[in-house]
Ligand binder design. Sequence first.
Ligand SMILES: NC(=O)c1ccc[n+]([C@@H]2O[C@H](COP(=O)([O-])OP(=O)(O)OC[C@H]3O[C@@H](n4cnc5c(N)ncnc54)[C@H](OP(=O)(O)O)[C@@H]3O)[C@@H](O)[C@H]2O)c1
Length: 323
Amino acid sequence: MKAAVLNEFGSVEKFEILDVPTPKPGLDEVLVKVMATSVNPLDFQVRRGDYKNELQLPVITGHDVSGVIVEIGAGVKNFKVGDEVYYTPEIFNGQGSYAEYHVAKEAIIGIKPKNVSHLEAATFPLAAGTAWEMLYTRAQLKINQTILIHGGAGGVGIPTIQMAKAMGAVVYTTARAVHHDFLKGLGADHVIDYEKEDYIDAILKLTNNQGVDVVIDTIGGNTLADSGKILSQLGQVVTIVDIEKPQNLIHAWGKNATYHFVFTRQSRNKLDELTKLIEDGKLKPVLNKVFPLSEIGKAHSLLEFKEGDKNFYGKIGIQIGDF
Ligand SMILES: NC(=O)c1ccc[n+]([C@@H]2O[C@H](COP(=O)([O-])OP(=O)(O)OC[C@H]3O[C@@H](n4cnc5c(N)ncnc54)[C@H](OP(=O)(O)O)[C@@H]3O)[C@@H](O)[C@H]2O)c1
């Protein structure tokens, strides 16, 4: 099979499209013909070598699959050949999705939503799966609660906004001005221009100094410390980014706050819940650009450096199957 292989970590030029052996499914595994994948920051972090201690070269990265099962292990109970599935491959364990075929344990795959294409389905598992964990299992967002979602126009921000609205919350989000109309169309109640406004002042003003019930941190920096200044009593912060430096949480202490640290985990249950939201029309794909696997380097340059489109937002799809 063809795959985008990294024999070294580094720049986008390190990707090589090579012929590699097609993997064989084990007892509780399925072999999937990958029709599409998508690009996440984790992919360029892996390519750069940020996780070189977790991985052994050569590496095939990629964290979203949408495809068709072509072979099953003898112990597989819940899937059959021909099923269309989507999932995130196990992170830092085995081959990723930048390849024509992928093997996965049946426990981590889900039936693909019927109302979206493979390219659209591949935008969801990692990004929307993380959003689901943040809102449903961790913050357990309630109707009429207020939430600030940082990085609203990003791969994770977009499904987080859609789900928070579906849960009945009042949504504040941060983004550059060029994305405000799009985010309002997505359902955001208030969009703050993070380049021109101090979001702390903006949230305090918008909430009459009450603060928000939940802050979603997709951007890092001082967000963990600063969130304490804009939380309501018993507020919660959910973060999905590395903590670059020690943070002073004194303001959060005064608010009796709770912090959740999320490193996304794979499960079929989560994908089944996403499928319901997608098929109900509550979660829609925002697929803004598609590349063939042979142009994976260009796709990384677009997401990592905004090369070719300074105002890019949403997800990049990678077409793999011949459909
Ligand atoms: N822990 C986990 O399980 C997990 C899972 C998924 C993702 N992540 C991490 O979460 C982060 C976001 O992922 P993603 O897929 O959403 O990335 P993305 O698609 O690149 O989006 C990032 C967004 O953040 C915006 N942004 C940058 N600086 C900002 C600031 N100061 N204030 C507000 N918005 C800002 C960007 O806007 P501009 O276009 O204006 O720069 C962009 O819209 C990445 O670091 C990723 O590695 C972690």
